[in-house]
Design a protein around this ligand. Structure first.
Ligand SMILES: NC(=O)c1ccc[n+]([C@@H]2O[C@H](COP(=O)([O-])OP(=O)(O)OC[C@H]3O[C@@H](n4cnc5c(N)ncnc54)[C@H](OP(=O)(O)O)[C@@H]3O)[C@@H](O)[C@H]2O)c1
Length: 364
């Protein structure tokens, strides 16, 4: 199942660095920029690793944004939208009392209105669980003299991101400060200055990858302060269940337990769905330990080699909902010696399930 990302301003700088990483990871990419030559060069480079659609255009242009949305639709929808294209405005930047308002309106058109316009244009193409990353700046938070135009546009983008996240809790909406980077925009901000000591844009990419692949909540982040993806071990645990009654399984876990749908597919060779089950842990038990747990939480009913265990916020509500959606109660909730309150169920496909809360999670 190919994942698709739309990245604006990917012909150089941070957008290109992120596109390179996602191409290496096998994502299908839709990219844009105004300059055709640089964009064509990047498309050719990325196409050695993955499929790429490159659309020349200006994010301020509604027709261009519509074309990007059409490309997203033709790709089967978006898993990721990155609003990265941006303008500094004039350089040197005028102070606010001298800032020509028509010029300021141009800065806002690129940095605020275009990102929202693109989100609006692709809203019907966002797959369940899609992520939106709006690239911000420390100038959106810090009051640097001379940065009033660009800085206030990034502050507006931050707040817009936060409100969108509140309005659409089904999406993950991130505003991300990438940190100073040795790019054309940074050189424009410091004309004539040697900026070779600034980090390359590639140093901000691992943080973005953590937001793209991880389970962090919507919010504002600094790319370089995010945990870096781990090199060793695993980055995700997936439990794949093969079920005879697929709709019943969807009802059980998506609707009954309320697991957010990340993506779903229906192809000639079959159907499948990814559900976000929160943080993943692989629990290994020897047979004696497993039998002891069975005795405590299930009155001795044996789970066998595989049992799904979900930590929930409200044991009573989640248990009732699971029963409403076809699960059966093996034993009423029990307080365990290890500080949990556990409820053993069997799923509608006869799989052993444990729901639990940590006892200090509740007033009870
Ligand atoms: N560099 C830094 O130190 C720094 C610090 C904090 C935040 N940021 C943010 O990081 C992001 C990336 O910046 P960067 O430094 O990588 O910039 P950059 O090197 O100047 O690259 C900007 C990219 O956006 C494209 N672009 C600019 N205006 C566009 C428009 N109106 N429509 C379509 N594409 C457009 C550019 O191509 P064309 O010019 O050909 O269109 C280019 O591909 C920006 O959001 C920026 O505000 C940068």
């Amino acid at each position: 199942m190919t994942r698709t990302a739309l990245i604006t301003g990917a012909s150089r700088g941070l957008g290109r660095a992120l596109a390179r990483q996602l191409a290496a990871d096998g994502w299908h990419l839709i990219i844009d920029a105004r300059g055709a030559d640089a964009l064509t060069d990047v498309r050719r480079e990325l196409a050695q690793h993955t499929s790429v659609q490159a659309l020349v255009g200006d994010v301020r242009d509604a027709a261009h944004r519509a074309a990007l949305a059409t490309a997203a639709q033709a790709s089967g929808g978006l898993d990721l939208l990155v609003n990265n294209a941006s303008t500094l405005g004039p350089s040197p930047q005028p102070t606010l009392l001298d800032y020509p308002l028509d010029t300021l309106a141009e800065v806002y058109a690129v940095n605020v209105l275009a990102p929202l316009g693109l989100i609006q244009a692709v809203q019907g193409q966002l797959k369940p669980g899609a992520r939106i990353i709006n690239i911000s700046s420390d100038a959106g938070v810090e009051a640097y003299p001379g940065w009033g135009g660009y800085g206030s546009s990034k502050a507006a983008l931050d707040h817009l991101s936060a409100i969108l996240a509140a309005e659409r809790p089904d999406l993950r909406v991130y505003a991300v400060d990438p940190g100073d980077m040795n790019t054309q925009m940074h050189q424009e901000a410091f004309p004539g200055e040697d900026i070779s000591d600034r980090p390359a844009p590639e140093t901000s990419v691992p943080g973005l990858i953590e937001l793209i692949g991880g389970a962090l909540p919507s919010g504002r982040y600094q790319a370089r302060n995010l945990p870096q993806p781990r090199q060793g071990g695993a980055q995700e645990l997936r439990v794949a269940l093969t079920v005879a009654d697929y709709p019943a399984a969807v009802r059980q876990y998506r609707d009954g337990l309320g697991l957010p749908e990340l993506s779903a597919w229906d192809r000639p060779d079959g159907r499948g769905m990814l559900l976000d089950a929160g943080h993943a842990v692989l629990e290994l038990l020897d047979e004696r330990q497993s039998a002891s747990i069975d005795a405590i939480e299930a009155g001795g009913a044996q789970a066998g080699p595989l049992r799904l265990v979900f930590k929930v916020a409200d044991l009573q509500a989640s248990g009732d909902s699971m029963v409403d959606h076809g699960a059966t109660v093996v034993r009423d909730p029990v307080d365990t010696p290890w500080g949990h309150r556990n409820l053993r169920l069997r799923s509608n496909a006869d799989l052993p399930l444990t729901l639990f809360i940590e006892r200090n999670d509740t007033d009870a």
